[in-house]
Ligand binder design. Sequence first.
Ligand code: UT7
Length: 335
Amino acid sequence: MLRTRIAGVGHYVPENVVTNNDLSLIMETSDEWIQERTGIKERRWVATDSEDTTSSMGTAAARKAIADAGLEPSDIDFIIFATLSPDYYFPGPGVQVQEQLGLDTIGALDVRNQCSGFVYGLSVADQFIKTGMYKNILLIGSELHSGGLDKTTRGRGVSVIFGDGAGAVVLSATEEEGKGILTTKLHSEGKHAKELALLGPATSRWVDTIMEENDPEDLSYYPYMNGNFVFKHAVTRFQEVIHEALAEAGKSPEDIDLLIPHQANLRISQYIQAKMGLGADKVFNNIMKYGNTTAASIPIALSEAKAEGKVKDGDLLCLAAFGSGFTWGSALIQF
Ligand code: UT7
């Protein structure tokens, strides 16, 4: 039976480090507040004179993942790109990666599931590989948030959280017993779409309307988050969807060698860890260094965890995400 294994991982983060103290110089905030509420110490924000874009960071991470898999770019037969911060409104960045890597005219799919984008993309790739349609799929999560945040005191509830960066994996077909993706679980609840969203400019709020109204109170072109509300849903959904995957695979929390949650807030990860009775060494966190990089957070964390020797051959890995939509999902992988 064909299964999907993670053959290679890689990540790229921009050089420019922005500390909490740096932020306190441009808005009313403090290192103490940010660390206490989120665990974040610093994040990467693309420097204004940098040439990094969402697609170029994705391509940089992809090159590393392809090399890690021992493959050449020409071995890739499909691209999946997850982001909420594309270079262009359209087309999505998948095609830019095809061009930047100099690939044949292979298919490129863009996934718009925000913080859950990587897990959704993983599930889609898994179906393509299991059916034998593709052998080596490049899955990328990349975000360039910094250019679109409200960096004044007004926007501090959102802007201090988000960071820039990219992660990628190569997913390959295997028939090896005991290897690969065991299950993926995906969910959504659109009634909460506006609790974490960027509403305009889009077709429900055209640029013309925004410009005509010229309303200084209109913040529709900045991301909005009802933080407390999102937090409460996140802690419940994370646990639910992890248990759902474990149940389907006939596993229990003790079987998990490493849980890599979407890096939304260190307090959320710690809450899940405690509720699920997992040891601190069983949950990987790097939000302290990068903030919340949305679709990129899981592949960046996976790439770092592997580099640090925290994910080994045969380990049971659990990935889980929750975010805007709301959407959430999980994956269980025998590494
Ligand atoms: O990745 C997608 C999923 N996202 C999440 O899961 C995020 C979930 N939510 C959260 O992580 C938290 O809700 C936040 C970190 C966003 C906010 O933490 P909170 O404990 O919920 O704070 P709050 O929004 O209730 O704000 C508490 C106070 C407010 O002041 P008052 O009204 O009590 O005087 C805010 O104005 O903290 C103030 N505040 C800040 N103060 C200093 C908000 N942001 C900041 C800030 N610095 N950056």
